[in-house]
Design a protein around this ligand. Sequence first.
Ligand code: SF4
Length: 96
Amino acid sequence: MTSTQQMPQVKNCSVSSCSYNEDSDCHAGAITIAGDHAHCGTFVEISFRGGKDRGGLVGACHRAECRFNDKLECTAASVRIGAGTDVADCLTYEAR
Ligand code: SF4
């Protein structure tokens, strides 16, 4: 199991409409990259702000073909989230 100290940070997230976003910082406890592309599966639009006081971390990633992915865990130092194929995608994704 990956400890929170080892999880990559979400260094920047430009998806201001997400309820976990404040001043371009993600505040989710841990995000999951999932779906049919490198989509942030934790993205949500609700009428209030949520999350923690600290910055968000990458908890899990289903993009096994990404060069930073090792057994469905992200090994990048940090990731950036923003508009890509979808409104909230991992922009650090790189196919092997
Ligand atoms: S950099 Fe790659 S492995 Fe890390 S969260 Fe993004 S898509 Fe997943």
